[in-house]
Design a protein around this ligand. Structure first.
Ligand code: SF4
Length: 425
């Protein structure tokens, strides 16, 4: 039985107990959410995740970090190091998107070295090996499944209708998803349907056998503000909603991926529509970036969109780095992207049903430490204690206030004034 089926029959797999404990949720409630597909706990049958993660309703917003080699920069060691850095910075999951030479080596080393769920995109391997065929796509998927990958992105929402839709409603940026564009290439080269879509029942059988969680990829995500919220995007969500239902009926856990570049005032509509069309499946967002004109700062534009999306119901945010649109991220970029995305996830959690009290308790801890000018307490409450400590001490000035207002510290002056006034009463 899969985890989803076990949960539906009232059994309590270890992963549900562990996640429920960490999230402060009743195990029975989490089991019901998993059984209904409203939450997922990625877990490959061959791996055993040391730190299982729950994604979905009534759970804290989670953060994924992408890494992986490219054909220009092909150092497996560097990518494995980035995976470790991302986890140290608080990533809940990592995805290996390698397209360099030895994809198997990078994937297997990451699977062996991080305790969190690992995701991949098998179509990349088929493309890199020159096997962009139906057999090649399923071979790649099986290879990743047997290696122990916990969740995979499959661009099942892209099909022959998608090409027709894009022809009728052209976009400025066309298709910017790598997996989406490879799927379109397959359809255009062969004249045949996307194999992951036309043979979806077979895909579900494989996912079931290896207990893969499916991340139904948004191959038609908009790549610029001008293309946001078009017909192609919504048509894909309708497809994905139907495919979510089929996954659930097969006992396979599924989440849905969303865009992309979306102006701030369209994010809430977009998120609510995706949730509605996909029967409340956990929603995994790549951004959304709220403007196109900030290369070098796209971890920030994505975090702005991530907060709005999280407030509207997104469950899982994919970290964007300062290198987005420009270069393969460095380890430092990956860490910056991870922290900034964690801040966005936490800001959303401050408003999120079921988790806001726990999230607010963290802010309260910081506020109390600030009110007391308790610097160690502030570092402990900080999302990145090392960075806060480094900035506080970088000039070597060691006073009980900070160098911002020094002797005119508002917190201290106001406190002294209140104490004096109390003494006069
Ligand atoms: S000196 Fe100013 S900025 Fe620094 S702790 Fe006091 S009030 Fe805050």
């Amino acid at each position: 039985m899969t985890l989803m089926e076990e949960a539906g029959r009232g059994r309590m797999p270890q992963e549900i107990d562990e996640v429920a404990k960490r999230e402060g949720l009743e195990p029975d409630k989490l089991a019901r959410l998993v059984a209904r597909g409203r939450a997922v706990i990625p877990r490959n049958a061959h791996r055993g995740v040391a730190e299982p993660v729950g994604i979905g309703e009534f759970l804290m917003t989670k953060v994924n970090v992408n890494l992986g080699t490219s054909q220009n920069l092909d150092s497996p060691e560097a990518e494995v190091e980035k995976a470790a850095a991302a986890v140290a910075a608080g990533a809940d999951t990592v995805m290996d998107l390698s397209t360099g030479k030895d994809l198997d080596l990078v994937r297997r080393t990451i699977l062996d070295s991080v305790p969190v769920p690992v995701g991949t995109v098998p179509i990349y391997q088929a493309a890199v090996k020159g096997e962009l065929t139906s057999q090649g796509l399923f071979n790649a998927l099986e290879r990743h499944a047997k290696d122990g990958v916990d969740f995979i992105t499959v661009h099942v929402g892209v099909n022959r209708n998608s090409l027709e839709r894009l022809r009728q409603d052209p976009r400025i940026m066309g298709v910017v998803s790598r997996g989406g564009s490879l799927t379109m290439k397959y359809i255009a080269d062969t004249g045949e349907e996307n194999p992951y879509y036309s043979e979806y029942d077979y895909l579900l059988e494989m996912a079931r056998e290896h207990e893969l969680t499916l991340s139904l990829g948004d191959g038609l995500r908009p790549g610029c503000i001008e293309d946001a919220s078009d017909r192609a995007k919504y048509m894909e969500f309708i497809n994905l909603g139907e495919l979510v239902r089929r996954a659930r009926a097969a006992g396979v856990q599924a989440m849905v991926e969303g865009p992309g570049h979306v102006p701030a005032d369209e994010i809430e509509t977009s998120v609510r529509a995706m949730k509605h069309l996909c029967d409340g499946a956990p929603l995994y967002l790549l951004g959304p970036l709220v403007t196109d004109i900030a290369p070098g700062y796209d971890h920030i534009t994505a975090a702005m969109g991530g907060v709005i999306a999280g407030m509207a119901g997104a469950d899982f945010l994919c970290a964007t780095t300062p290198s987005e649109h420009l270069d393969l991220p460095t380890k430092e970029d990956v860490m910056d992207g991870t922290y900034v995305t964690r801040i966005a996830a936490h800001a959303a959690d401050l408003t999120r049903p079921g988790v806001r009290e726990r999230a607010r308790a963290l802010d309260l801890k910081m506020a109390k430490a600030r009110a007391e000018l308790d610097w160690d307490g502030q570092f402990q409450a900080a999302i990145n204690p090392a960075r806060a400590r480094q900035i506080r001490h970088r000039r070597g000035v060691d006073t009980d206030t900070c160098t911002m207002c020094s002797e005119l510290c508002a917190i201290r002056l106001a406190k002294e004034a209140m104490e004096k006034e109390k003494g006069l009463r």
